[in-house]
Design a protein around this ligand. Structure first.
Ligand code: SF4
Ligand code: SF4
Length: 112
């Protein structure tokens, strides 16, 4: 799959499944996420280091767990984006420019 990740880090935060089946994020980052650099400290062997860590595939995208501003899903029609915490919504605006004009978008941090 084409590399589109803008390294926002949001998908490295823990999630829970709501009663209606939707994904809800928490403010708890994965223990392997370096919050200072925004990089995964076990990136090369992340799927072995953490069973729930997955590579981005079409099947993973269909789980509707990526934030709406993520390039893998942002142009999808009918995409049911997960619920983010206020803190992660702010991070999404800052890193993916969700809801902002294109020229205000910035990119940083880790790739998936
Ligand atoms: S841009 Fe998408 S795949 Fe990359 S870290 Fe953010 S949510 Fe994850
Ligand atoms: S990429 Fe690294 S930091 Fe992110 S969820 Fe996977 S193991 Fe954790």
């Amino acid at each position: 799959m084409k590399e589109l990740c803008r390294r926002c880090t949001i998908c490295c935060y823990r999630k829970v499944i709501a009663e209606d089946g939707s994904v809800v994020y928490t403010d708890r980052p994965c223990g392997f996420l370096d919050l200072d650099t925004g990089l995964c400290i076990v990136y090369e062997f992340r799927t072995r280091a953490k069973a729930e860590c997955v590579r981005i595939t079409k099947k993973v995208i269909d789980l509707e767990a990526l934030p709406s501003g993520c390039p893998y899903v942002k142009d999808r029609t009918g995409y049911r984006a997960p619920r983010l915490t206020p803190r992660l919504e702010k991070l999404e605006r800052e890193t993916l420019g969700a809801g902002q004009p294109k020229e205000e978008k910035t990119s940083r941090r880790k790739r998936r």
